[in-house]
Design a protein around this ligand. Structure first.
Ligand code: UN1
Length: 499
């Protein structure tokens, strides 16, 4: 069991390169045992004014630093994260609950992002293109937006923060970051790493506090020109509405209702492994988690039996114990939401095959544990097959053929990730074309996106933007079109073209 040092416990806002005490505090809990870990600042809107002012000044200087030099700083951040990987991973498990192996994976995701975005410092490609006129040059280039606001969730407290802050910083922006109050230690650790790496003061600012106060203040502040948000659908819609009113660019990454499709020709053991990993990893608290299994009628029984058997071997408990496969749920509210959906599923007539209950783990009586749960006889319109539960709950939906499977996958309001298990190459190509999600996997589960590809989804999952990949740069840059006329005379576009 790791213990927090008194330095680590001491959480302050990070504004203009200084750690600033806030008198109003709230408690943060360890989800594995319900114990208080520390107290975190509950800032008021004035903290955003301070952060925005420092970011506005810092950004002007930072944008003037050549991009390859900005990138070098990110490279240093990556090295430091690598050196501190084990400590960061343990802290991550402590505050979030995910099992240590997955915490290491998440920290690695952040390290990968640092090196990837450092590479962008020598690319940040624009385009050159012919002009329609003689002796005239035309090009487009990326420019920083200015001061950007990022709002990150507790389920991937470091990876998602890197998906947003690294492209923003390499592009020459300054960042104001509101991390989730459930997971403040990753924010502190990353801010410290930036500080140690020598990021000029004010280029990144961390402000702890509630969405209602701090999130709202970020949206309201005229200096903040972009909001990049990952979180729930309800909050995302509010953020988008507010940003819309103020013509503020907004990038949203929200929920999913992701399915694994298992066809009759699938390798069933492989499919079971894929489902287990994507449904119960991070206790089902991933946006990409598999919460529906759409299975061909010929293999339904076999899949159900094998899945059930495999679920019995899942060990549940403190994620810091390397023998544990499923850690706790983030908090009581998370548990309550899952419990509510168990009742809904039963009332809707789904068959609760296993699980469905809160769990008490010996010596961790105040932790927030939930049994891995399987519903069968689920139909696509049931609420448990439509709404995001964000817990270790899977619904089995039987279909008659391939077309029905694709239609079932698409008949939800979300479109983040999907997967199909089949050996048929024709179906693979049809599926990757027709699955209406931003991410498609073939013969793998619904989780495990890599950072150099775009991450995001269709429909209610987002608003057309992508985190990670080169596409993330589009959120944090403006395109500028530049024309240089070296003819020495006035040439009018669209008019003097035949001259
Ligand atoms: C999320 O759940 O919001 O693809 C992020 C995955 C991880 C990231 C998940 N690399 O599951």
């Amino acid at each position: 069991m790791i213990t927090l040092t008194s330095k680590e416990k001491n959480l302050k806002n990070f504004i203009n390169g200084e750690w600033i005490e806030v008198s109003s505090k709230e408690k943060v809990y360890n989800p594995a045992n319900g114990e208080v870990l520390a107290e975190i600042p509950n800032s008021d809107a004035a903290a955003i004014d301070m952060a925005a002012e420092s970011a506005r000044i810092a950004q002007k200087e930072w944008a003037g630093v050549p991009a390859p030099q900005r990138a070098e700083l990110l490279y240093k951040v990556g090295i430091k994260m690598k050196e501190q990987k084990e400590r960061l991973s343990q802290l991550l498990t402590l505050e979030n609950g995910k099992v240590i192996e997955e915490a290491r994976g998440e920290v690695q995701e952040g390290i990968d992002m640092a090196f990837y975005m450092a590479g962008e410092g020598r690319r940040l490609f624009g385009q050159t293109t012919p002009s329609e006129l003689k002796d005239k040059f035309a090009m487009s280039q990326r420019c920083p937006v200015g001061v950007v606001g990022i709002i990150t969730p507790w389920n991937f407290p470091i990876a998602i923060a890197t998906w947003k802050s690294f492209p923003a910083i390499v592009s020459g922006n300054a960042v104001i970051w509101k991390p989730s109050s459930e997971t403040p230690f990753m924010a502190k650790a990353l801010a410290k790493i930036f500080e140690e790496a020598g990021l000029p003061k004010g280029v990144i600012n961390v402000v702890y506090g509630s969405g209602a106060t701090i999130g709202q203040a970020m949206i309201n502040h005229e200096a903040i020109r972009v909001i990049s948000f990952t979180g729930s659908n309800e909050t995302g819609r509010q953020v988008a509405t507010e940003c819309g009113r103020q013509l503020k660019k907004v990038s949203l990454e929200m929920g999913g209702k992701n399915a694994v499709i298992v066809m009759e020709d699938a390798d069933i053991d492989l499919a079971v492994e894929g489902i287990l990993w994507s449904a119960f990893g991070t206790s089902g608290q991933r946006c990409t988690a598999c919460s529906r299994v759409i299975v061909h009628k010929d293999v339904r029984k076999e899949l159900e039996n094998r899945l059930l058997k495999a679920m019995k071997d899942l060990t549940i408990g403190d994620g810091l114990n390397p023998n544990i496969k499923v850690g706790p749920i983030i908090n009581q509210a998370g548990l309550d939401k899952i419990l509510k959906y168990i009742e809904i599923g039963k009332e809707e007539g789904a068959n609760l095959v296993t699980g469905g209950k809160q769990l008490t783990v010996e010596n961790y009586e105040n932790g927030f544990y939930f049994e891995p749960t399987l519903f069968s006889d689920v139909t696509i319109d049931m609420r448990i097959a439509q709404e995001e539960i964000f817990g270790p709950v899977v619904s089995l939906i039987e279909v008659n053929d391939f077309d029905e499977a694709i239609a079932a996958n698409n008949k939800v309001k979300y479109g983040l990730s999907s997967s199909i298990f089949t050996q048929d190459v024709n179906r693979v190509f049809k599926a990757q074309r027709d699955l209406d999600t931003g991410i498609v996997y073939v013969n793998a589960g619904t989780t495990g996106a890599e950072i150099h590809l775009p991450f995001g989804g269709t429909k209610g999952t987002g608003n057309g933007h992508r985190d990670s990949g080169v596409q993330a740069l589009d959120v944090f840059t403006e395109w500028k079109a530049v024309y240089v006329d070296y003819s020495g005379k006035l040439q009018r576009a669209q008019i003097d073209t035949d001259a």
